[in-house]
Design a protein around this ligand. Sequence first.
Ligand code: SF4
Length: 365
Amino acid sequence: MHALPLPSQLADPARRALLDVPSEEMLDWLQARGQAPLRFRQMRRWLLVGRAVAFEQMSDLPRHLRDELSAAFRTLGSDIARHLVSCDGTHKLLLRLHDGQVLECVLLQEANRRTVCISTQVGCGMGCVFCASGLGGVVRNLTVGEILEQLIHARNLLPAAERLTHIVVMGMGEPLANLDALLEALAVAVSPRGLGIGARHITISTVGLPAKIRCLADLGKQYHLAVSLHAPNDELRTRIVPTNDKTGLTEILAAADYFYATTGRQVTYEYVLLRDLNDQPAHAAELAKLLRGRQAHVNLIPFNDVEGLPYRRLTQQALTDFVAILRGGGISVKVRKRKGADIDAACGQLRRAALAEPASTAGVE
Ligand code: SF4
């Protein structure tokens, strides 16, 4: 697995990013310098609310403290290696982490919604056959700070009067495989002292780790659950999502049913449509049968061609027929609109392109 070369400000492993320093450790550090615990809250407020990207900008901290902080820590552990802006207002960021790994996050702007799609791992171990992110396997989990920094970088693109309204955890990685870090980051995202995003506006997507789905249900949070189904039977699903052979649809659907029974929150089923593989009328009929009687919503995602992958977008007629069969079976359906088509917004494409050209320069395009 390649990594991008590091710019000098990130290539200093001794200086950790503020959001990855445990609060007790930071409070001890401040106390050793005769500083009140209030300083910790001030620093975090500057990062999370005040949009500061350097200690120098934290104007209510004493100058000597800002200097000491700069010598010991970094405000953010990631920087923007590439920034693409689509004509429909979608921003795609390629973030470079302290170890040279890269990840993508996307800011979608639609009416009053400002939605960020975030990643939870570098790479992904689930190996969905249509996905560029899973091609190299999983490299590592993201830290709490690295998850939060995606939100901060995206939020900092917005005008001062605007804020993030929604989060979808659908970027690179299997979110439930890094659940502890994700939950810690989301706790900051929803806090009024953090990013103030409503918990009901957060969707966590999974290929289906049954034990973790149950665990999420038992937490009593208001987050939405989306299960990536992609096929109406085990034989086909295992071809598309190889990890399905260890779990199987029965267990995944039982866990999703448990989530609904426990939280009262409708589960969304994601279904990427791949031409001639899972887009036939018989698949739609089987899917309708599988979900009948469940409080379910289906999100259909027509696959967009990805260089290097053998799958193709389905025809418009096949999509129309698929939707009609599901609706005819009493299933609530939506087709996801394509956003950022002109900037390669499909999952993992920008990262793959960057890793293929490690000498590429940072910038806005
Ligand atoms: S679609 Fe999601 S779960 Fe599947 S390989 Fe890609 S990142 Fe992983």
